[in-house]
Design a binder for this molecule. Structure first.
Ligand code: SF4
Length: 332
């Protein structure tokens, strides 16, 4: 690991000032992803600026009825918070489906948004990787690409986004609040993560010296009826092969509102307006759910080793939709 210095800034302004003037400085919060990347030689900061104690850690109700989650709230605290469990169970389930209890106790909400891919070629500096070293190539394109993306890839990168939490945030239309020397920004989650295109090393719209201060969830009265379903190679502490976050508002048997996002299949948390278009106004039954899952995967472009993800994504989404419909009928 490259030598580095560590500083705990006195406040947000100091932290931002240090990183603004030092191109080699990086923010650190929980560090659960950052330290791995430093040990692997993927990240080599000159200085780490600890911001863990500089942002809010609370989950509070906003005046408009929505929720604000402090950027340095621990993943475990968010997952078990009564406001999240009662009003946005899809988010609680997604966080609890990720990592181990020990990691969730260290990891922060802001850090979770900034997680980097688990593409094994990205983590192994012996291989070509456009994301780690722009222009060097992509070992995954013709390599073992079983865990890679079937949606949103380019001929430069097909790495999946690793976060479970972000898939739920995508379904809930979360808004990321940030701060830098240029002021504050509110960034809808759909715009926060970038598709790889020709620049896979750029993963978010966050600037080098910009910190995440909070994540807002809109008031979504029907979000109490929601579910996150994750399919993985082993029962715990594994990244998603496929996951689905579903929020439905059903009246009688008709779906009035639908939010659908997929994980493990896209190069960013994958909201599916195509599936939602099929669902809204349709009857909540298996035929509708099958059509929605077809729509969600219609643009899929699988690679040599991950064709199975197309059918797995369809089945996972259908199962998640059935579960939420069963909640509506009082069957769960
Ligand atoms: Fe790197 Fe992306 Fe290719 Fe993986 S898929 S090797 S992260 S460029």
């Amino acid at each position: 690991m490259q030598p580095f210095t560590y500083v705990r800034a006195a406040n947000q302004d100091d932290a931002i000032a240090i990183v603004t003037r030092e191109p080699g400085a990086m923010f650190i919060a929980g560090g659960t992803n950052m330290l791995d990347l430093m040990k692997e030689g993927v990240h080599a900061p000159d200085r780490l600026v600890d911001i863990r104690k500089l942002s809010a850690t609370e989950v509070v109700t906003r005046n408009d009825g929505g929720i604000r989650i402090g950027a340095t709230a621990r993943n475990s605290d968010v997952a078990y918070h009564s406001l999240i469990c009662d009003r946005y169970p899809v988010l609680s389930e997604a966080i609890l489906a990720g990592a181990s209890a020990q990691l969730r106790n260290m990891a922060t909400v802001g850090g979770n948004l900034m997680q980097r891919t688990r593409c094994s070629y990205f983590h192994d500096t012996a291989f070509a990787c456009n994301k780690r070293q722009p222009g060097s190539g992509c070992a995954a394109l013709n390599g073992f690409n079983r865990i890679h993306a079937i949606l949103g890839g380019s001929d430069r990168c097909i790495a999946t986004h690793p976060s479970d939490m972000c898939v739920a945030l995508a379904a809930l239309d979360a808004v990321v609040q940030t701060r830098s020397t240029r002021g504050e920004r509110s960034i809808p989650i759909a715009d926060f993560h970038l598709l790889p295109g020709d620049t896979p090393h750029l993963e978010t719209v966050l600037e080098h010296d910009e910190i995440i201060t909070a994540v807002d969830l809109p008031a979504l009265p029907f979000a109490w009826r929601s579910h996150y379903l994750k399919v993985r190679d082993r029962a715990s502490y594994a990244f998603a092969l496929v996951s689905a976050a579903v929020v439905l508002e059903i009246e009688g048997e008709v779906i009035n509102n639908a939010r659908v996002a997929l994980g493990g299949v896209g190069t960013k948390p994958w909201r599916s307006p195509e599936a939602e278009q099929v669902l809204v106004g349709a009857r909540a039954n298996e035929e509708t759910f099958a059509r929605a899952s077809d729509a969600a995967t219609q643009a899929a472009s699988p690679r040599r080793h991950n064709h199975f993800k197309v059918e797995l994504a369809k089945q996972t989404l259908q199962d998640a939709l059935k579960t939420v419909a069963a909640m509506e009928r009082g069957q769960l």
